[in-house]
Design a protein around this ligand. Structure first.
Ligand code: NAP
Length: 482
């Protein structure tokens, strides 16, 4: 099955911070891959903007090198690479002064989609928004894209929303959470709402509990200063894990449209109970000479690089079904997976020897995106009725053919959604604020109690207390499998 590519009309995309890490590693390679897929060709232009004084060719040289690393497969087609690079331009400008803005204004074309990607630190969001308006660059087809972190707490998120709202309408603001761009995350919605099979079982009567794990094997290298101010709760839980929880827990929206989906997600966040202090485990990785505190250069840091917690969504659907969430750095493997743990059958006709068996629906986000349903069957062979759990695999690649083995990167979909004007996979301002309103008291509690994270070994599955969190409830985490 060959996936359809729907071309988009010519657009102007300005990447503020075009020389930075995110633009070079993610945004520009994503645009190049969509270019190679034939999604955009004629007339579109991408303008990198930052303070460094490149000319257009200098910028193209930088991007060419990045693409060789981050879009190596597509770079084998040299004519496609050069054709893409010809569509790139560069303007040297300063986000906090008026230097360079006249040049940018002259490059933009009227009457087409105009997207400004804020791939810069958050302190520049306000100054950039002000200057875009001051220089008369806002048209009805203008959109802005903002990256995480969206605020540090509720107050700062509200202030940031207010700053952006002073210049743009909500339907012009695209707040990125790249987890929402992952193919499997969207597939989760297709599986839930496109099939009759799962939705009737998708509630506390049939689901025992849900586990959401986002494990990273990497540390925080290169982001030490930011990370030590943020920690796992702000960096991952408030946004990525919260978004995954919303998609699992939300009611079916009436249609797959931005506000219908985001209204349902918001209801989930607002239905979250405050988390009890004894339902949270914080951890900090250790390692000979490379422990968290050495890495951040602060021997007294109490920032968590790991957090696990038990959350409750207090509504009719989920009353009594806990959501266990965990995320951490320097863990045994890189693995993001949601496990929907169904209840045991109410009565075993096979007797005690058959053991206890329950269905598990696993939604893997990375690596090896795919969905697996564990079902119980009879172990083959004579000798009585022995039961065994086997995966009913719904790996996309096998079912949909080899051309789907390499699903588009999250940024490919999200950037093209910005151009198409589809906000479904972007966070709305009120969602972000509600997520902070849930997160802030948790962090304030740690600060008030002087909480110190539990140490855990680099390369492990996290602190032992996270296992206890489950064990106390008679449950256990599914393995962190690569
Ligand atoms: P980075 O590598 O430090 O790049 C920052 C960019 O901003 C550079 O291009 C820099 O270029 C430009 N810049 C800095 N000050 C400027 C100014 N006054 N006017 C105009 N341009 C200016 O940062 P990054 O890692 O790409 O991150 C960018 C944003 O994305 C941050 O908000 C970050 O939190 C977020 N983010 C990054 C990642 C990631 O993987 N990197 C992931 C998720 C979110 P000049 O120095 O030439 O001006």
């Amino acid at each position: 099955m060959v996936s359809r590519v729907i071309p988009v009309d010519p657009f102007d995309l300005v990447i503020f911070g075009g020389t930075g890490d995110l633009a070079q590693r993610k945004i520009l390679p994503a645009l190049f891959r969509r270019f190679c897929a034939g999604q955009w060709v004629d007339g579109a232009q991408i303008i990198g903007a930052a303070r460094t004084g490149y000319d257009s060719n200098g910028f193209r040289d930088v991007v060419r090198e990045s693409l060789k690393t981050h879009a190596a497969k597509q770079c084998q087609d040299v004519s496609a690479l050069e054709s893409f690079l010809r569509r790139l331009d560069y303007v040297a400008l300063d986000g906090v002064s008026d230097e360079g803005w006249g040049h940018l204004a002259r490059r933009l074309k009227p009457g087409r989609v105009r997207a400004f990607y804020f791939s810069v630190g958050p302190r520049l969001f306000g100054p950039l928004a002000e200057r875009i308006e001051a220089h008369g660059l806002i048209t009805p087809l203008t959109r802005i894209v903002v990256e995480k972190p969206f605020g540090h707490d509720l107050d700062s998120a509200q202030a940031l929303n207010a700053t952006l709202a002073a210049h743009f309408t909500e339907n012009q603001i695209y707040r990125i959470d790249h987890y929402l761009g992952k193919e499997t995350v969207q597939n989760l919605m297709a599986v839930r709402f496109g099939n009759m099979l799962f939705e009737p079982l998708w509630n506390s009567q049939y689901v025992d509990h849900i586990q959401i794990t986002v494990a990273e094997s990497v540390g925080i290298d290169g982001r030490e200063e930011y990370y030590d101010r943020a920690g796992a709760m702000r960096d991952m839980m408030q946004n990525h894990l919260m978004q995954l929880l919303c998609l699992i827990a939300m009611e079916p929206p009436a249609k797959f449209d931005p506000d219908a989906v985001r209204d349902e997600k918001l209801k989930v966040i607002r239905a979250l109970d405050p988390v009890e202090p004894h339902h949270i485990v914080r951890g900090q990785f250790e390692g000979e000479g490379s422990g968290y505190r050495q890495v951040v250069g602060n021997e007294r840091s109490t920032t968590e690089s790991y957090v696990a917690l038990k959350a409750h969504v207090s509504n009719w659907r989920w009353a009594g079904t806990p959501f266990y969430l965990r995320t951490g750095k320097r863990l045994v493997a890189r693995s993001s997976v949601i496990n929907v743990m169904f209840k045991d059958a109410p009565h075993s006709i096979f007797g005690a020897d058959a053991g206890r068996h329950a269905n598990v629906l696993s939604i893997r986000l990375q690596p090896n995106e795919g969905i697996t349903l564990k079902v119980t069957i009879k172990e083959p062979g004579p000798g009585g009725m022995r039961l065994v759990d086997v995966p009913l695999d719904m790996s996309f690649a096998e079912a949909l053919g080899p051309e789907n083995q390499d699903p588009p990167d999250a940024y490919e979909r999200l950037v093209m959604d910005v151009i198409r004007g589809n906000q479904t996979l972007f966070m709305r301002g009120d969602e972000v604020e509600a997520a902070w309103a849930w997160t802030d008291p948790i962090i304030a509690g740690w600060q008030a109690r002087g909480d110190v994270p539990k140490p855990y070994d680099s390369g492990s599955t996290g602190p032992g207390d996270a296992e206890l969190l489950m064990k106390r409830d008679g449950r256990r985490w599914q393995g962190i499998n690569p």
